[in-house]
Design a protein around this ligand. Structure first.
Ligand code: NAD
Ligand code: AKB
Length: 319
């Protein structure tokens, strides 16, 4: 339900999730009430759809000024360094992922921002977490700097909620698959590359092995989950760290077979690299029963439906 009085700032709006989330928020709240911001230039899909400001989340003063100047009442923080890129520069990943969040939480507390959204990831889980139907609360020992930063971030969110009353909400997204904007350097990015390569060359070399099962989700489900969580009444939110949500699980071989149903003669090769160890440390599937109970979460897309939609839209974009 749209709330006209709210003014939203999306930080990291030019990224894979940011573009689609900004467009969805503009539909709900009105174009002028959703300010997109990023360190890099405005994504072409956002052009002329609403206000855009250039902003570095690490510059707390600049962020604070924008929040006051624009009368911001909700912040969606999407700026982060993802798992694969994070392993190349652990110090930078820790710094951005932690300090960016702390800057936002501090300003939210000082300016009495109504709501904050900050995504976590299935990357919080590690090799000692259950592989199948990984529960909301379980052993969590991440092995990547990205996973460590997300887990620490979850507890900062919980802390700011308990201590200062900041209404911060979060989801542990699985790997997200989309066709509108490029992925930002994750381990699950193969499941996007595979579609592009299938259409370009009818063959794909996966950087994960054939049988690597991972939790995944199609972007329309992820956007809907985000909006449903943010629209839920506060008394329904029992988890102030981050909610597990689930969409589908598949391996490179399985998605290759699914694409092959549409792309006659599609072939796959496998050349696992450093990302294999990251993928091996994550669960294969996620138990999202707490999100289902608290705010009614239910995914719509399975592998078959997502593959059909991805190929249709990617082909349309190429015409
Ligand atoms: P992305 O890399 O595509 O986008 C991040 C955006 O943040 C980029 O446009 C980048 O320019 C911007 N940014 C980087 N540093 C910045 C700074 N200092 N100030 C302002 N902007 C800055 O990432 P994404 O895939 O859209 O992910 C968004 C969030 O969702 C992240 O927190 C990520 O960890 C989380 N997440 C993503 C996935 C996924 O599969 N995409 C899965 C789980 C969690
Ligand atoms: C990544 O692979 O790093 C992301 C994620 C699951 O957080 N897609």
């Amino acid at each position: 339900m749209s709330q006209i009085k709210d003014k939203i700032l999306v930080i990291g709006a030019s990224g894979q999730i940011g573009v689609e989330l900004t467009l969805a928020l503009r539909k709900m709240y009105g174009n002028q009430n959703v300010v997109a911001s990023d360190l890099r230039e405005e994504n072409p899909l956002l052009k002329d759809t609403g206000p855009y400001v250039s902003l570095d989340v690490m510059n707390k003063e600049m962020l604070h000024v924008q929040v006051i100047r624009q009368n911001i009442t909700q912040i969606y923080l999407l700026a982060a360094i993802l798992s694969a890129t994070g392993e190349k520069n652990p110090g930078l990943a820790w710094h951005l992922n932690m300090q960016g969040l702390l800057n936002v939480l501090d300003i939210a507390r000082e300016e009495q921002i109504h709501k904050v959204y900050w995504p976590s990831s299935i990357a919080v889980f590690g090799p000692t977490s259950p592989k199948i139907n990984c529960p909301q609360q379980t052993i969590i020992e991440p092995i990547t700097v990205y996973g460590i930063s997300k887990y620490a971030g979850e507890f900062w969110c919980n802390y700011y909620h308990n201590r200062y009353g900041v209404d911060v909400r979060s989801i542990r997204y699985p790997g997200l698959i989309s066709y509108k904007s490029e992925p930002g350097g994750g381990t699950t990015d193969y499941a996007i590359e595979i579609f592009q390569e299938a259409l370009d060359h009818n063959t794909y070399t996966s950087f994960l092995s054939a049988e690597t099962y991972l939790p995944m989700m199609y972007m329309p489900d992820a956007i809907r989950a985000t909006l449903e969580l943010m629209e839920a009444p506060a008394e329904k939110i029992s988890i102030r760290t981050s909610y597990n949500i689930s969409g589908m699980s598949f391996s490179p071989e399985e998605i290759g077979k699914e694409i092959g149903k549409h792309q006659h003669g599609f072939t796959m090769q496998y050349a696992p690299d450093y990302r294999q160890a990251i993928a091996n440390s994550w669960p294969q599937s996620i138990d999202d029963s707490v999100a289902a109970r608290d705010w009614g979460w239910k995914p719509e897309y399975d592998l078959e439906k997502m593959t059909t939609d991805m190929l249709e839209n990617l082909k349309k974009n190429r015409q």
